[in-house]
Design a protein around this ligand. Sequence first.
Ligand code: PXP
Length: 244
Amino acid sequence: MNEANQDVKLGVNIDHIATIREARGTDEPDPVFGAYLAELGGADCITVHLREDRRHIQDRDVIILRQTVSTRMNLEMARAEDVVEVALKIAPDQATLVPERREEVTTEGGLDVAAEKSALMDLVKRLKEVGTSVSMFIDPDHAQIDASRDVGADAVEIHTGTYANAQNPDDRQRALQEIMKSAEYADSVGLTVLAGHGLTYRNVRPVVEIPQVVELNIGHSIVSRAAFVGIERAVREMKELLKR
Ligand code: PXP
């Protein structure tokens, strides 16, 4: 499943368009319109996180996006029953299971799949029954990859936060090596390899060079750039950096 010669696909996380809307509690900017423009800019997938506290993306957004997204829709979700209900109702193309803590500013680490195996196995099965493929957002760790395969996941999204937040070149290189080893191992056990979190126009290239990585999910950096140049152009510029 080595995709080394193909460009890396781009999932655009549009949560922060909804963050701006929720700051005023009005109806703009609409993430549905943002998704449409991101697709015009070349997004291969639209990613949204329906958080338990509904701090940005709302149920209304995922229901409409399911009907309007013309590429693929990836729903990030924790194992909260009301969120699972929405997921099973809309049946996104893909669900990414993430850990969630109410007090966090953003997702802080990977899901501990190994510790929640039986509950996750059941959830993966329910999602697959409605035709949704399932990805696990995990830290670069072989045990989590084994557990992801064991619960029936189709893919893993390797958490790139440690790499992105590294404060010096040595730490950054070490974190990159961990991602590379995990990507190779996940691919070898038959899982599709995605990656994301904290990636920017400046730090994305070394991750693009990892041959097993087929898709990246990027949000904050693209929406930040979009504030200055518009989301269509911001996506197009990121797509350029994902070429191999
Ligand atoms: N992947 C997952 C699983 C995430 O939770 C997030 C943040 O919502 C992202 C990717 C995108 O991260 P960022 O906004 O830092 O690009």
